[in-house]
Write a protein that binds this ligand. Structure first.
Ligand code: FAD
Length: 384
């Protein structure tokens, strides 16, 4: 291992995670409850502010440190989905916000006094086609009145601020559908009950996701990030970081499943011998390990490119694709290795299996990554 592996950070994260073992997550999963104590512990340890520059009270660490933190959380059997957005959503403010906005929000986020966990892009009718989103922010004096609907806005009930993408000019008024969109920071403490309603959406795993209804919600113009109409560009610029960080979580999941499968295969005795002595049991675990380590290299490569400021769209997308696939293959192999016990709640495998399935679909689905690679890397015709 090199310093680049952040051994100290990883072992500190592992120690913190030891305080949140399987029964903690199982209990929450049953109730679909938010891991408040876990998120508080991560916040107090400063991990969620690791990417915020020191000038604003954060740790000012590079992306690869955040990769190590999220990967380790997942490798320990915990789940960072309850708070991972806090790490990267702030980048839109950091990169595109004005000085006043940065001073207003970033130090408070870094200190853990303000939560920026929610990121409202997806809408029920637009799906992956962000340019088709219809939520509209109408200029109204010194602010905007926002009306529309969002879906899958995760953690909105556990966030003070929400980054929202809305139209500020009609779709047909722009040459491209992705133009005419703007980014706003919505203060949920003021907006809820004043035109904004949050409704939880129950899903196959415990994810605190919601749908949001906006009916003339007032947002001051001072909360618009950057120039009006340029919002899609600002959101896109943060997506590489998001993909790399989610990929890191997938690597952590894959490592957790592989360790669990290998350990059980050594212990479980059937027909008078450990099941792991059978190649039919060994080989899927070995294959899952190889896929995980290969995907981890792509995550490292993407993070290294990101840190130098070099283009990394292809690598970030490939990292997300390969890591999500590696996690899913490892999950499948772990269930199979455990036989019936793979389905038992007490083994945590079925819970992690449901959790890791998400990353084939969100934050971007596998098909859309393949389309990106086909079109932008291989020069094939655009398919949609
Ligand atoms: C639990 C959860 C949490 C989420 N959290 C957030 C969040 O916090 N904020 C947020 O904004 N969004 C969030 N999302 C939304 C997520 O980003 C989307 O679900 C995802 O991008 C896919 O969009 P969609 O569900 O609208 O699928 P659709 O766009 O309707 O696509 C459906 C299927 O068709 C495929 N497909 C669509 N178009 C094509 C094409 N041209 N070629 C080939 N295949 C295609 C897709 O790959 C997909 O498999 C979350 C989703 C979930 C499930």
């Amino acid at each position: 291992m090199t310093d680049h592996d952040y051994r100290d950070i990883r072992s500190a994260v592992a120690r913190l995670c030891a305080g949140f073992p399987g029964p903690y997550w199982r209990g929450l999963d049953r109730e679909r409850a938010y891991p408040t104590e876990f998120v508080r512990a991560l916040t107090e340890a400063g991990y969620l502010a690791s990417l915020i520059p020191e000038a604003y009270g954060g740790a000012g660490l590079p992306l690869s440190a955040a990769v190590a933190i999220l990967e380790e959380i997942h490798a320990q059997g915990c789940n960072a989905a309850a708070c991972h957005a806090q790490m990267y959503v702030m980048a839109t403010i950091l990169r595109h916000g004005g000085d006043e906005q940065k001073q207003r929000w970033l130090p408070e986020i870094a200190a853990g006094r303000l939560r920026l966990q929610a990121f409202a892009v997806t809408e029920p009718t637009s799906g992956t086609d962000t340019g088709a989103l219809a939520t509209f922010a109408r200029r109204d004096g010194d602010g905007y009145a926002i009306t529309g609907q969002k879906i899958w806005t995760s953690r909105a009930e556990h966030s003070d601020l929400m980054l929202l993408l809305a139209r500020t000019s009609p779709k047909d008024a722009n040459a491209k559908h992705t133009e005419g969109l703007s980014v706003f920071v919505v203060d949920l403490r003021e907006a809820v009950g004043h035109g904004l309603t949050i409704r939880p959406v129950r899903t196959m795993m415990n994810h605190a996701t919601t749908e949001i209804f906006l009916d003339g919600v007032r947002v001051p113009a001072a909360n618009r990030i950057g120039e009006e109409g340029q919002g899609f560009r600002y959101i896109l610029s943060g997506m590489n970081a998001e993909r790399i960080l989610i990929a890191a979580e997938c690597i952590g999941d894959a490592r957790w499943f592989i360790a669990k499968a290998a350990s059980y295969a050594k212990e479980r005795v059937v027909f008078g011998r450990p099941i792991g002595r059978n190649q039919g049991v060994q080989f899927p675990i070995a294959r899952a390990h190889a896929a995980c380590e290969a995907a981890a290299l792509m995550v490292d490569k993407a993070a290294a490119l990101f840190e130098t400021g070099a283009p990394c769209g292809a690598e970030a997308n490939m990292a997300k694709l390969l890591a999500a696939d590696a996690a899913w293959a490892a999950a499948e192999c772990c269930v199979q290795t455990h036989g019936g016990f793979g389905f038992a709640e007490d083994f945590d495998i079925e819970r992690k299996f449901r959790e890791t399935r998400l990353y084939q679909v969100a934050p971007i689905s596998t098909n859309l990554i393949l389309s990106y690679l086909a079109e932008h890397v291989l020069g094939l015709p655009r398919s949609y």
